[in-house]
Ligand binder design. Structure first.
Ligand SMILES: [Zn+2]
Length: 89
């Protein structure tokens, strides 16, 4: 019987054959949902949506775009906000 925290169906199960011939079940968290723009809700491209432990293994530039508000806002919203800022300045 797996430990209580693994008895949930929110974890993906994968049965693996071990080198000794026995089979073992490996548990994996499901992928998180796609990152979305906080202003318009459009799905952000260039931002991986994997488990937090896998995201931590990536470098900062692989986790988000190297743009102002990269990883928070989509390109259209950044463009509009920059235009507004320039025009109001
Ligand atoms: Zn947006």
């Amino acid at each position: 019987m797996p430990r209580p925290s693994l008895r949930t169906r929110s974890r993906k199960r994968r049965s693996l054959r071990m080198p000794g011939g026995s089979t073992k079940t490996h548990y994996k968290r499901e992928k998180t949902s796609v990152s979305r723009c906080s202003r318009c809700g459009q799905a952000l491209s260039g931002v991986p949506h994997s488990t937090p432990s896998e995201l931590r293994k990536l470098t900062a530039s692989q986790r988000r775009l190297e743009r102002v508000y990269g990883g928070q806002l989509c390109h259209n919203c950044v463009r509009e906000l920059l235009k507004q800022a320039v025009r109001s300045a």
